[in-house]
Ligand binder design. Structure first.
Ligand code: SF4
Length: 59
């Protein structure tokens, strides 16, 4: 993934949609959701566009 979307900052390097050289997403848009019934803090929400990058190293 090369193209940075400056509207979507992201530090999840393990994602296949992450820009390799910068902390941005390469998608035009993403979907955010929650795995909680009643989300109260940022840890309750998730990027549902995450795809595990098969070529990524697990560090
Ligand atoms: S899809 Fe979500 S987790 Fe993956 S790089 Fe984009 S914003 Fe980050």
């Amino acid at each position: 993934m090369e193209k940075k979307n400056h509207s979507i900052e992201c530090s999840v390097k393990q994602c296949a949609n992450h820009c390799e050289n910068a902390d941005y997403c390469a998608l035009e848009k993403i979907r955010v959701g929650t795995h909680e019934q009643n989300p109260t803090v940022s840890q309750c929400v998730d990027c549902e566009s995450f795809i595990l990058g098969a070529h990524r190293k697990t560090e």
